[in-house]
Design a protein around this ligand. Structure first.
Ligand code: ATP
Ligand code: MG
Length: 300
């Protein structure tokens, strides 16, 4: 049975969805890390968040964000350099998970569970890693440490989540799927470094780069999404919640140039794949989309 391009995209989309086993594994990891961190810091109301919570996380499933808002008794950290709380959380995580598994990042501590990525990006439904984010509440928002700028930045995951829900609804419930697909492209190891960094920027840009409503064909949607991303990757992209620093802050001139080149190439490849269908070359079109995206794009 041959698959049409649109059917292949539907399958691709569902492969990038979180399934129950993955959610169970994420929740087990959350519980494990929470139970441990509660013995080390005074934490109140930790929760799973980021693209995982919004269903804009791609596969293989890694870097799931967990916010750890701290109680008043830990407030002293807020008066110190953000590096201090990041260092202390890192040290505590190293105690349990070991030096090799733990990495301090700009705004979080990454714990890698050493899960192997198998053929076709499969991970046995396991979460590869999580990002622990120390936080404080600040009115209805949160403040999190930024080790790069040595500042505390404001954020509000609820606003990001609501905006994603609204965009998804306005796009016939196809918006999140399209975001996951382009994030999957962005994560492809063939690029070396991710073209768009952070990948949250793809979601932020999607608020403006997916416009005019769902047109009914995945290939055309993706083609024009890539083309618009290429066009606008050099713009300044503010935090959709208007709280934190611009999301495009780490796209310097060299990164913009490289991303523009790769996004333009992707838009062109997408165009060629669409052309193949017009020529009746369905199998070749599927192959072209798989080359573009990676192994989770189905050929059959
Ligand atoms: N500059 C910023 N200002 C305010 N909030 C931000 C900023 N950058 C990220 N965030 C918030 O922190 C969350 C976690 O950041 P992260 O970079 O992991 O993005 P993500 O959406 O989870 O994408 P990914 O799939 O790459 O993990 C984001 O989802 C967003 O809610
Ligand atoms: Mg994240």
């Amino acid at each position: 049975m041959t698959l049409t391009v649109n059917e292949a995209f539907r399958k691709f989309k569902s492969r990038l969805e979180l399934n129950q086993k993955e959610q169970d594994n994420a929740s087990a990891k959350h519980t494990e890390v929470r139970d441990y961190l509660h013995t080390k810091f005074a934490i109140e109301g930790d929760f799973l968040t980021g693209s995982y919570k919004r269903h804009t996380k791609t596969k293989p499933l890694k870097d799931i964000d967990i916010f750890f808002p701290m109680k008043q008794s830990e407030r002293h950290y807020r008066d110190k350099d953000p590096g201090v709380v990041l260092d202390d959380y890192t040290a505590v995580m190293v105690e349990k998970y070991g030096e090799k598994a733990v990495r301090r990042q700009s705004r979080s501590i990454n714990v890698d569970f050493g899960i192997e990525i198998k053929d076709e990006d499969k991970t046995d439904y396991k979460v590869l890693s999580i990002d622990v984010v120390p936080a404080f509440t600040c009115d209805e928002n949160y403040e999190i440490p930024d080790g790069d700028t040595s500042k505390w930045i404001k954020t509000n995951p609820k606003i990001h989540a609501q905006k994603a829900v609204d965009a998804h609804q306005a796009y016939s419930s196809e918006w999140k799927g399209l975001v996951r697909m382009v994030k999957y492209w962005n994560n492809n190891p063939k690029h070396g470094e991710k073209p768009v960094k952070p990948s949250f920027l793809i979601e932020v840009m999607a608020h403006e780069c997916l416009h005019g409503g769902w047109g009914g064909q995945f290939d055309r949607e993706i083609q024009s999404f890539f083309a618009t991303l290429a066009d606008r990757i050099g713009d300044t992209w503010e935090d959709p919640a208007k709280l934190g620093p611009p999301i495009s802050g780490s796209m310097d001139a060299a990164r913009v140039e490289r991303a523009k080149k790769l996004l333009t190439a992707a838009a062109r490849e997408a165009d060629q794949a669409i052309h193949l269908v017009r020529q009746g070359k369905n199998g070749e079109a599927l192959r072209a989309w798989r080359d573009l995206f990676g192994p989770m794009f189905p050929l059959s």
